[in-house]
Design a protein around this ligand. Structure first.
Ligand code: NI
Length: 184
């Protein structure tokens, strides 16, 4: 296993973040190594999700670890087949460190995808996990969360200030719970 370099906005190679990606067709050892590297990189950077383009690989693969008990999940050739509800919460991205912004996402979804062996699976997700899936899915279509912002992008130092200022807001607790600490 090896750490991969994360492509960041404003750095060389950033065009990978706005590129379309290809379906994974070969479920070989190379794909397994890529997935292992992505998982290791995601954990090393303190993220809960990481998509192929973020390590310069224009293939339809992402990894995530949102619910610790579920462990690492490798998602290949995903398709969101159902969506329901709407929620707004802050998101961040390993390709844009320390910056956060609010994005509207579906609250619940159903995802079809393949694993490393090419086997098909179906997964239902809600809340932060559903949000993470939609964020990573967007990466596979070359879309950064900054293209879907509600309001402004804020630095993490401003974010904690903003939350302090909004202490009377009833939504506050919910917002914090849904906050995506690093990448989602
Ligand atoms: Ni991201």
């Amino acid at each position: 296993m090896a750490l991969r370099n994360i492509v960041k906005i404003g750095e060389p190679g950033e065009s990978a973040l706005n590129s379309s990606t290809r379906e994974v067709k070969r479920f070989d050892d190379r794909l397994k190594i890529l997935a292992e590297d992505m998982i290791e990189t995601m954990h090393a950077e303190g993220g809960i999700g990481l998509a192929g383009p973020q390590v310069g690989i224009l293939k339809r693969i992402f990894v995530m670890n949102v619910i610790p008990e579920e462990g690492d999940i490798i998602v290949i050739n995903p398709e969101i087949v159902e969506k329901d509800g709407e929620s707004v919460a802050y998101e961040g991205c390993l390709s844009l460190p320390q910056m956060y912004g609010q994005v509207k996402r579906s609250t619940n979804l159903k995802l079809k995808y393949q694993d490393l062996n090419g086997e098909f699976h179906e997964m239902e997700a809600e809340g932060l996990k559903a949000r993470c899936i939609q964020h990573e899915y967007d990466h596979l279509d070359g879309i950064m969360f900054t293209e879907k912002l509600i309001g402004q992008l804020v630095h993490e130092s401003q974010l904690s200030q903003e939350e302090d200022n909004n202490n009377d807001d009833n939504n506050q607790t919910e917002k914090k719970d849904d906050l995506i600490a690093e990448e989602e």
